[in-house]
Ligand binder design. Structure first.
Ligand code: AHG
Length: 279
């Protein structure tokens, strides 16, 4: 695991350089989710593939930018699913973006997850690594320095509601509005890494990306986005559900499967369960 942790740190420094150099524009390719890939997405994917290829304990990788999984070392035991640059379209407008890594043992699947990690590229570069505990690191003078252990409070103050509101179910809108009516403040940038990072560091709140009429299975991908953040939130004392079920209990059929998802502290997730339980 130490070798993987170090490899992720190397990728983070290289990705930071790639983001800083220039916004390279759109390529002609589409990824498996039908989105036009930025050359920057492809570059970040290559950086991670290159660094992970050097680690013999990594058996297989799956990337949001690759159609299929890729075998690296047949004697390795770790399976890593990653989103190289989540929210990459936000680079154009200079908002924060991030890389997400889900580390699984023996095969992909929520029940096999043993660690997860994300890196936020904002005004500063920060990394959160969840294994037994959830620890945050800050990039300083080309090295990641440990900053603190992260824990969520029982209740927060922030509300980050994703998805197109026009396509929300009426009861989802009621649930979101009820939090605002209690005094929750809107915090939504359109990048799940900075949005979830903010809620985590500010002690709690709710991030939701629900099932909508145009996306009945949600938008965010189980292996690369949903399970890794569910692992972080649960280890930090929070909860992560699909509306009714614990996200870490979900199965997947395909590496690019998506799921509705809600991440937060206990109070807000209880609220989601209450509303979704009767609908
Ligand atoms: P992408 O990977 O295409 O850049 O999408 C970003 C993701 C995630 O980071 C964010 O929370 C969500 O899409 C935002 O989607 P909406 O614009 O539909 O709210």
């Amino acid at each position: 695991m130490d070798a993987i942790f170090e490899a992720i740190q190397k990728t983070a420094k290289r990705i930071k350089t790639a983001i800083d150099i220039k916004d390279i524009g759109y390529s002609q390719q589409e990824n498996s989710s039908g989105e036009t890939q930025l050359q920057l997405d492809i570059k970040c994917d290559m950086i991670i593939e290159e660094e992970f290829s050097k680690i013999s304990s990594i058996h297989t990788i799956a990337s949001e930018e690759k159609e299929k999984e890729m075998l690296l070392h047949k004697d390795g035991k770790y399976f890593i699913a990653y989103d190289p640059l989540d929210g990459s379209s936000l680079v154009d407008v200079n908002l924060s973006v991030g890389s997400i890594f889900g580390i699984y043992e023996n095969s992909f699947g929520a029940k096999n997850m043993v660690a997860s990690c994300y890196v936020v590229f904002g005004p500063r570069v920060e990394m959160v690594f969840a294994h037994n505990k959830v620890k945050m690191y800050l990039l300083q003078n080309d090295e990641f320095e440990f900053v603190k252990e992260v824990r969520l409070n029982e209740k927060g103050k922030l509300n980050a509601p994703g998805g197109t509101q026009q396509n929300w179910k009426p009861y989802h809108k009621e649930m979101v509005d009820s939090l605002f009516a209690e005094g929750y403040r809107l915090r939504y940038s359109g990048g799940m890494v900075p949005d979830l990072h903010q809620i985590l560091l500010k002690g709690g709140g709710l991030f939701s990306y629900p099932a909508t009429s145009d996306k009945p299975d949600g938008k965010l991908r189980k292996l690369f986005e949903v399970f890794p953040f569910a692992f972080v939130y649960k280890k930090a004392g929070g909860e992560a559900i699909d509306g009714k079920n614990d996200l870490m209990e979900l199965e997947h059929n395909h590496i690019h499967d998506t799921s509705p998802c809600f991440f937060g502290s206990k109070y807000e997730i209880d609220k989601v369960k209450e509303v979704y339980g009767r609908n």
